[in-house]
Ligand binder design. Sequence first.
Ligand code: UDP
Ligand code: MG
Length: 314
Amino acid sequence: MADILYLVVPCYNEEQVLPETAKRLTEKLSGMIEGGAVSPESRILLVNDGSRDRTWEIIRTLHEENPMVCGVKLSRNKGHQNALLAGLMTAMPLCDMAISLDADLQDDVDVIDQFVAEYYKGHDVVYGVRKKRDTDTAFKRATAVGFYRFMKALGVDIVQNHADYRLMSKRALEGLAQFDEVNLFLRGIVPLIGYPSAVVYYDRHERFAGESKYPLKKMLSFAFDGITSFSVKPIRLITALGIIIFAASLLMLLYFLAIWLMGRTVQGWTTLVCSIWMIGGIQLLCLGVIGEYIGKIYGEVKRRPRYLIEETLR
Ligand code: UDP
Ligand code: MG
């Protein structure tokens, strides 16, 4: 008896692509069911992340036409990561494995077979890794490279060029369920689960229709969250910086004392002003970084729910 697969798709204002996405996923899943790769109880789970357009109506129609399509409606927009989590947690008790993928058909649907093949080989997590980034703008490519490098330098275990296209077994999902942090960065959490994992390479396509829901501002804040949720190294850097600057100021003090003893008074207005501004700037920067962590802690201690489900179509 083949295992049950759930395809989990977060959707935010995706009315333009959803019918096509559902069609392609249905074809794919039906083919796999017929081929005996997965159980006939396998489903496509569309998560409506508080869309403002007709996304939910479309999901409802798709569900009525085809029982293979299920839906979950969040009470409001909670962001990609939370929508994904909501879908995975809904699928967890019902499936043996779940694959998360984007609604815009950027993730190549044809490699799903390879994901499942790796699962049957005994891997609990299968990461989809992009072969090339040629469908991205030069800017997005450069910032992505910088981000992955920075994360690596900070000691965060993160799979390069892996977005959120991945398969997780039931066991891995149950592991994920135990990470109850509010500042969710799945790419960082999933490697922490451990269990055997594999990688599948795929070509990332252009967005099928509609526009990206990740404008620069959101992208930057996502990167910042990723860094500060996974590493306290920036705070350590601040400590190191503080020590260095303190040592430098001691040396400076000795120097000025020496020239004062030699009878030459300091005229250095410039040096004075420069150092005040420099120290002031560094202090503000450090306060900002510390503040960021305190903000994170504030968010975590409130223990607010990460999402609320308003309606489920099964
Ligand atoms: N998404 C979501 N909630 C949001 C923003 C995005 O569920 O607040 C979904 C979106 O519908 C898509 C996926 O997350 O399925 C990735 O978003 P998008 O394709 O816009 O990002 P990009 O590929 O441009 O990075
Ligand atoms: Mg996309």
